[in-house]
Ligand binder design. Structure first.
Ligand code: SAM
Length: 285
C-alpha cells in the first residue's frame, strides 16, 4: 500500500508503487457519494469487463498479501493515506466469498442467535460490518481499518476504544491478519469480561506446517488430513497463555476452522508468543 502515483486510463486505473510494481484495477468514481466503486461503466465491452475483473482480483490479492505480511499499525497507517483501497479490497473479498460453499461468518451469526439477546459484542476486523447488520438485537461494536459505513469505528484493532471488561463476545472472523496478531488477542482479552466468549474463524490451511509436513512425508507417509492443521495445538496453547480456554472447535465445509474460546483469566504476558500462521492467499477467480 505504498502507492506513489496514480494514472487513470479510460476506466482502468494504473497504480504505480514505490517498488515499481504495477497494480491495476477498473475504477469508477461515484460523483454523488464521492466513494470509489468497481461498478463498470455501461459502455464497457464484454472483454473489457472481463479484463477489469481480472485486474480488480489482482489488486485485491496484492492488498491481501500486504496486510498479512506487515503489522496492523502499518496497515492502518497505509489505509489512512488511501482509504479507497478498503473499498477495492472488500469488492475483491466479496467476489471470493460468493464462490465459497459457506461463509464462516454465517456460522458465527447462527451461534450468536442462540445466545442472550442483550449481548455486547466486539467485532475485530469487521469488514463491512455484516455481523452488526445480521445481529441487530445485540450491541455490536464494529472495528476495522476504515469506517466504510456508519457502523464501523476506524482503528488498528490492537487498540480499540472500549473499556476493559466491558464486552460479552468478541469475534475475529478471518481477520487475524498482520504479523502482530498476538496483540489483537491481548486486546480482546482486555475488553472481555471474565467468562466471556471469543470466536475465531480462520482458513484451515493457515494452520499447516509445511516444515513438519516435509519431515512427515520423508518418513512413514501420513494422510493429508492428519498433517493438515499441525499448528492448531500450538495455537490453542498460545490462546491458553493469553487467558482463553478452548470450548469448541470445528471444521466448516472442510475449509475453515471455527474456534469458540472462553476467557478464564487475564493475559499477563506482554510479549505473548503465538505460532506464526501461514498467510492466506486467495485463488484467482
Ligand atoms: C478477510 S476480511 C473479513 C471481514 C469480516 N470479518 C468478515 O468476515 O466479513 C479481514 C478484515 O480484517 C481487517 N483488518 C486486518 N487487520 C486489521 C487491523 N490491524 N485492525 C483493524 N482491522 C483489520 C481488514 O481490513 C479486513 O476488513
Amino acid at each position: 500500500m505504498d502507492r506513489r502515483r496514480t494514472q487513470s486510463l479510460g476506466g482502468i486505473q494504473k497504480t504505480e508503487r514505490g517498488n515499481g510494481r504495477r497494480h491495476e484495477t477498473a475504477h469508477t468514481e461515484n460523483q454523488e457519494s464521492g466513494k470509489t466503486s468497481l461498478q463498470q461503466p455501461r459502455e464497457m465491452s464484454k472483454t473489457q469487463r472481463k479484463l477489469a475483473r481480472k485486474l480488480s482480483g489482482a489488486h485485491f490479492r496484492s492488498l491481501n498479501e500486504q496486510m498479512y505480511g506487515q503489522s496492523g499499525a502499518k496497515s492502518f497507517a497505509d489505509m489512512q493515506l488511501e482509504p479507497e483501497l478498503f473499498g477495492l479490497y472488500h469488492e475483491g473479498y466479496a467476489e471470493q466469498v460468493r464462490s465459497w460453499p459457506c461463509n464462516p461468518l454465517d456460522r458465527i451469526v447462527q451461534m450468536m442467535s442462540r445466545m442472550d439477546k442483550r449481548l455486547v459484542v466486539a467485532d475485530f476486523g469487521c469488514g463491512t460490518a455484516e455481523l452488526a447488520r445480521q445481529v441487530p438485537q445485540a450491541k455490536v461494536h464494529s472495528f476495522d481499518l476504515v469506517a466504510h459505513n456508519e457502523r464501523i469505528t476506524a482503528c488498528d484493532m490492537a487498540h480499540v476504544p472500549l473499556d476493559s471488561a466491558s464486552v460479552d463476545v468478541a469475534v475475529f472472523c478471518l481477520s487475524l491478519m498482520g504479523t502482530n496478531y498476538a496483540e489483537f488477542i491481548r486486546e480482546a482479552n482486555r475488553v472481555l469480561r471474565n467468562g466471556a466468549k471469543l470466536f475465531v474463524a480462520e482458513v484451515a490451511s493457515r494452520f499447516k506446517d509445511t516444515t513438519r509436513q516435509k519431515t512427515a512425508d520423508s518418513g512413514a507417509r501420513r494422510s493429508t488430513d492428519e498433517i493438515q492443521e499441525e499448528l492448531v495445538p500450538d495455537f490453542v496453547a498460545g490462546m491458553r497463555r493469553a487467558g482463553f480456554e478452548l470450548q469448541v472447535s470445528s471444521k466448516v465445509q472442510g475449509f475453515f476452522l471455527l474456534f469458540l474460546f472462553k476467557k478464564v483469566g487475564g493475559c499477563g504476558q506482554k510479549n505473548l508468543a503465538m505460532p506464526t500462521l501461514k498467510l492466506c492467499t486467495y485463488k484467482k477467480r
